[in-house]
Design a protein around this ligand. Structure first.
Ligand code: TRP
Length: 334
C-alpha cells in the first residue's frame, strides 16, 4: 500500500511563488509515489472570512486552476473540498475535548495571525480552534506526510499531540502520527524584501500573473536601497531579485558570478532584473498556458472537484467508523 500525503490551502486568493516552492513543487513530485489528497480548506478559510463567503466560493475554482496549472494530475491526486466531507467537522468536535484552551493560545502561527489581523476582542472561537480542524483534516486520511511551509509546523505538532492523547484514552492505534515535509525553500521573501511572500501583503508574484504584471512587479521590486549607482557595491542576501534567481535560475554558476560582481560594484539593478524577468517568464509561461486551458471549461474543473470530494469522503468515513468504535459511539453496529 502506498503511503499517504495530505496537504492543502485556504481558498482565499490565488497561489503564488511562495506556495510553489514551499509545497506545490513537492506535491507534484510526489504525486505518483504517494496516495495524495489535497484539501481546499473552505471551512478554515471561513474562520477569518465568515463575513465574505463569496470570496471563499470564488477562490475554490481559482485555487483548483492553480493546482492543475502546476501539474497536479487529478487522475492520481485527489483534490477535494473540506466542507463537503462532513466527517471532518465531526472529528473536530471529538478532538475539541482533547485540547486545552491554553494549548491553543500558545500556537505561534495562530498567535501571529491574531496579532497581524488585529483581532483583539473580536477573536472568535472558530478562528482559535482552526488548528483542531486541521488535525481532523490530517488524521482522517491517516496521512504519513504533510508537505507544508514552515509556518505550519505548529499544526503538525498539535496533530501528533492529539493522536497520542486519542490513542491513549480510547485505546489502540486508530490514529496515526504524521510528519511535516518541509521543502528546501521553506519560505520565499516578498517582492518588497519583507520576510514572507503573502497573498494579502501586496508583495506576491502569483502563478496566474500575466507577462505584463510580472514585468511591472519586477520593475518596482525592492533591491538593496544603498545600491544607487551601478558602481556601488550591493547586497545580494535578502535582496529579492537575487533570492528569486537563487531559487529559479538554472544557471547557478553564472548567477554566482553575477552575485560577486553585484557585491563588488559594477552591476546595475536593471540588468539583474532583466535576467530575473527571463527566468520567471520561462517558469511561469507554461503554467499560465495550462491554467488558461483549464479555465475555458470551469464546469469540467468542478467535475474534477466533485469526483475528488466523493473519493475523499469515502476515505474519511472509513476512519470515522474506527474512531466511533474506539470512542464507544458505534451504538447500532453489529
Ligand atoms: N493551514 C493551511 C494554510 O493556511 C491550510 C490547511 C488546511 C492545511 N488543512 C490542512 C494544510 C491540512 C495542511 C494539512 O494554508
Amino acid at each position: 500500500m502506498k503511503k499517504v500525503i495530505l496537504t492543502g490551502d485556504r481558498p482565499t486568493g490565488p497561489l503564488h511563488l511562495g506556495h510553489y516552492v514551499g509545497s506545490l513543487k513537492n506535491r507534484v513530485q510526489l504525486q505518483n509515489e504517494y496516495d495524495e489528497y489535497i484539501i481546499i480548506a473552505d471551512m478554515q478559510a471561513l474562520t477569518d472570512n465568515f463575513d465574505n463567503p463569496q470570496k471563499v466560493r470564488d477562490n475554490i475554482l481559482q485555487v483548483t486552476l492553480d493546482y492543475l496549472a502546476v501539474g497536479l494530475d487529478p487522475k492520481v491526486t485527489t483534490i477535494f473540498i473540506q466542507s463537503l466531507v462532513p466527517q471532518l467537522a465531526e472529528l473536530t468536535m471529538y478532538y475539541m475535548n482533547l485540547v486545552t484552551l491554553a494549548r491553543l493560545q500558545r500556537n505561534p502561527t495562530v498567535k501571529t495571525e491574531i496579532k497581524d489581523k488585529e483581532m483583539g476582542a473580536k477573536l472568535t472561537v472558530g478562528f482559535l480552534t482552526y488548528p483542531i480542524s486541521q488535525v481532523a483534516d490530517i488524521t482522517a486520511f491517516k496521512a504519513d506526510l504533510v508537505p507544508v511551509g514552515e509556518d505550519q509546523l505548529p499544526m503538525i505538532e498539535q496533530t501528533n499531540e492529539i493522536v497520542q492523547t486519542f490513542n491513549r484514552i480510547y485505546g489502540g492505534d486508530v490514529l496515526k502520527e504524521t510528519k511535516a515535509l518541509i521543502s528546501e525553500t521553506p519560505r520565499l521573501i516578498g517582492t518588497d524584501g519583507q520576510s514572507k511572500m503573502g497573498k494579502s501583503l501586496g508583495n506576491a508574484i502569483f502563478l496566474s500573473d500575466s507577462s505584463e504584471v510580472l514585468a511591472q512587479k519586477i520593475k518596482t521590486m525592492y533591491t538593496d536601497p544603498k545600491h544607487l549607482r551601478v558602481e556601488d557595491p550591493g547586497v545580494t542576501e535578502g535582496n529579492p531579485v537575487f533570492e528569486y534567481l537563487t531559487v529559479f535560475d538554472s544557471d547557478q554558476a553564472g548567477l554566482e558570478k553575477l552575485k560577486e560582481q553585484y557585491r563588488h560594484g559594477g552591476l546595475g539593478d536593471v540588468q539583474v532584473k532583466k535576467r530575473l524577468l527571463n527566468v520567471l517568464e520561462e517558469f511561469l509561461a507554461p503554467i499560465r498556458k495550462r491554467r488558461e486551458e483549464f479555465a475555458t471549461d470551469p464546469a469540467e474543473v468542478m467535475k474534477i472537484l466533485k469526483a475528488g470530494t466523493a473519493r475523499a469522503e469515502d476515505r474519511a468515513s472509513k476512519t470515522l467508523t474506527e474512531v466511533r468504535r474506539a470512542m464507544k459511539l458505534d451504538y447500532f453496529a453489529k
